[in-house]
Design a protein around this ligand. Structure first.
Ligand code: SF4
Ligand code: SF4
Length: 473
């Protein structure tokens, strides 16, 4: 049935090294069919894993407040028990870095797998096309509806569809706003039309972003707008697995007829099902294309056809260029330098995030030694050093703090017996004067320890190692 595999077949020569950039330029609408299958189930599962938490999490409370809450005016982010302050931006930077490197790893291993299964654009487009199907019917019925002149039926179906789209986009927009201004607040203010200007701008921005992008523009965003599509080529290589048509098996394609000798034909029966289910309008048989988001829906479609015509599944499958070119069953998918470096970087960043989160202190202290002058010899034969200190209370309550300096006999400060009052989130800048009798100094520099500690909560403390400078012996 299949052609004898060749390393450089006519098919490859004809299709320029199996890379032919064919793209739906937007002048035709894509009416993708929906069929059940493995990859459709994966898509539903990923949508459930990612979308349900997005819509549900704002309703969770923790310690009397919204569990996940980005308090922009208060300049802090709440993640359940963890409060992230602007001073903890390293954690947010690490989170962003982690997300990028994870994306690079996924791309190096499996191409645009993120686009096909996890990208918000794809998931919301799936929601919009699902409701479109409820309102207007199958792909064929939608095509006919769009072609027919406006009448009562068309108006009714289109109105129903847009009503569902408006509902999805409104819930999305309010949920998004809920993360920043409180979900109860976001809903109640919507019904009383009481949003402030920032809230209205955010609401309409998110609403139209999803309404236009996922309702109308759809695959054109993936083809033309998304920067990730542009740069993915530098993250992939010939061992990256992508949705691929096995031309060795499939060509020469042709329709099979009962009672006829079909032995001169490949396994592709030219049914066009793989094209008709593709959400981006790609014909994967032409070769790897920028419009392919690696969703695998054409694999489901082709497997279904292969089962029906009694041939082996997998004419379209996930495989690398090397597997295809050499007609191999499997290649080095993970044990290659590129994905290994990306995975190592992902693991390191993830460890950094975990460390930063679990060893995050609720008290911060920044110490700068005054250098001009480094020390002053006082008239009472003591040496004085000045330290500029910033103390930040990152707890949710106001507290009194003591500031002690130890390390040299007879050490005293202008904050001995004083209490520092810090409200929640308050940063206090102080000039600390530290004095030591000259006779107690054993060199021109000696280590000291500065410790700030909450009164009544000794666990809430922070220490800083510094140096005390003097004239020497
Ligand atoms: S060609 Fe296949 S994998 Fe690529 S976007 Fe279309 S259906 Fe998805
Ligand atoms: S679904 Fe399979 S058999 Fe049908 S046209 Fe596509 S590749 Fe050929």
């Amino acid at each position: 049935m299949s052609d004898t595999p060749t390393k450089k077949s006519d098919y490859l020569i004809e299709h320029e090294d199996y890379t032919h950039w064919e793209i739906n330029s937007g002048d035709t609408s894509v009416y993708a069919r929906r069929i059940p299958g493995r990859f459709r189930n994966i898509k539903w599962t990923m949508m459930a894993i990612l979308l349900i938490p997005f819509f549900v999490l704002p309703y969770f409370t923790w310690n009397g407040r919204q569990a996940i809450y980005f308090d922009i005016p208060g300049r802090k982010f709440y993640l359940f028990d963890i409060t992230i302050w602007p001073q903890d931006l390293l954690i947010l930077a690490l989170l962003m870095l982690f997300a990028f490197i994870l994306l690079f790893s996924m791309t190096a291993i499996a191409g645009r797998i993120f686009c096909g299964t996890m990208c918000p654009q794809t998931m919301w487009t799936d929601l919009m096309t699902l409701t479109e199907r409820w309102a207007e019917g199958s792909a064929r019925q939608r095509m006919k509806l769009d072609a027919m002149p406006w009448n009562a039926e068309k108006i009714r179906k289109k109105a129903f569809k847009h009503l569902m789209w408006i509902t999805i986009c409104t819930v999305t927009s309010v949920t998004f706003l809920g993360y920043f201004s409180g979900i109860d607040n976001a809903w109640s203010k919507l019904f009383t039309l009481d949003y402030n200007v920032y809230e209205w701008v955010s609401f309409w921005f998110v609403f139209f972003l999803f309404y236009i992008n996922t309702g109308f523009v759809r695959e054109q965003i993936c083809n033309w707008v998304c920067p990730y599509a542009r740069i993915q080529a530098v993250m992939t290589d010939k061992d990256t697995i992508t949705t691929t048509y096995d031309y060795h098996r499939g060509e020469p394609r042709g329709r099979v007829k009962k009672g006829q000798d079909n032995s001169d034909k490949g396994d592709c029966v030219d049914c066009n099902m793989c094209v008709s289910v593709c959400p981006t309008g790609v014909d994967i048989r032409v070769g790897s294309q920028i419009g392919c988001i690696n969703c695998g829906l054409c694999i489901d479609a082709c497997d279904d056809i292969m089962t029906k015509v009694g041939r082996e599944k997998g004419l379209i499958r996930f495989m690398s260029y090397h597997e295809l070119e050499n007609n191999l069953k499997a290649g080095k998918r993970f044990l290659r330098p590129r994905p290994m470096i990306y995975m190592l970087a992902t693991a390191i960043t993830f460890t950094g995030i975990m460390y930063s989160l679990f060893f995050k202190t609720d008290l911060d202290m920044n110490v700068n030694h005054e250098r001009s002058p480094t020390y002053t010899v006082m008239s009472d034969r003591t040496i004085q050093n000045m330290y500029h200190i910033i103390i930040l209370n990152k707890t949710e309550v106001a507290s009194d703090f003591t500031l002690k300096v130890t390390g040299i006999d007879g050490i005293t400060t202008n904050y001995d017996n004083k209490l520092l009052k810090l409200t929640s989130g308050q940063a206090k800048k102080i000039d600390l004067l530290v004095k030591v009798p000259q006779k107690n100094l054993s060199g021109n520099r000696q280590p000291i320890t500065l410790t700030v500690e909450s009164v009544g909560k000794p666990k809430l403390s922070k220490s800083y190692e510094s140096m005390f400078f003097g004239p020497g012996n």
